[in-house]
Design a protein around this ligand. Sequence first.
Ligand code: G
Ligand code: G
Ligand code: MN
Ligand code: NA
Length: 252
Amino acid sequence: GMERRLADSLARESGLSLAYQPKVDMSSGEVLGFEALCRWKDGEEDRSPELFIPAAEETGLIVDLGRWVMEKACRRGALWLKEGLRVPLAVNISAKQVQQDDFVLMVDRILEETGFPPELLELELTESTLMKDLDRSCSMLESLKELGVSLAIDDFGTGYSSLAYMARFDVDILKIDRSFMPGKEAPPLNEAIVKSVVALADARGLRVIAEGVETEEQRDLLLRIGCVSAQGFLYSRPVPEEAVADLFSRGF
Ligand code: G
Ligand code: G
Ligand code: MN
Ligand code: NA
């Protein structure tokens, strides 16, 4: 099945790659960094991460795949640094990964081996990952902070916990889930929800970034609300690594 072929791709390091989506300062057009997203060519077929990531999470392969992603991104980032580009990179982290006793050690080792500066690496964790074992999550976040990496809560607002509760986690960034983007067909409450997340972030001194910005109307509204950073198709889809340096230097 698919899991077997994915494990095989990982073992042979063939068919796997990373795509990079820019995070943009919408007021200046400056590119703030990139989110690295895993891509898999299963023979001739491009498989969607929305299929193979959950499959890898189920079988536990995500532990090795997630390590591969982080290592690959850090290696690439270290090369850009050699070319004079300090490109901040974010990677997605699954619950199964942080449940490993040696997760923090693994991150430390990858930073050490690749020479990628910790302050340029951001880890995106979801609410549900953090809620699985609260005491453990809090101490893990503390250890990760000591390494010097940045921490973001991904898909913020989609879990079952209250916003106020989530904002207590010691993280640096809240990524507002794209389902909250205001728009013609979106629930009218979305604007109020985004406003409240921005207010929470301001009160706690956190950075906030809107995901899934697709239209100029959304951009203008977000800027009015005070949400300046964004990721979304309005600016760029995830791009191959060859396109990163140019995009980073040029901006929008
Ligand atoms: O680009 P997009 O189609 O790339 O991604 C779909 C979903 O897969 C998103 O929820 C994204 O967070 C997730 N995803 C993509 N790459 C990775 C990865 O390397 N690790 C994990 N855990 N999730 C990923
Ligand atoms: O769960 P996570 O936030 O990591 O998901 C990243 C996913 O979001 C990727 O699949 C990426 O392609 C997708 N994405 C990024 N920008 C947009 C956008 O503007 N609209 C939509 N529909 N998806 C987006
Ligand atoms: Mn993400
Ligand atoms: Na997200």
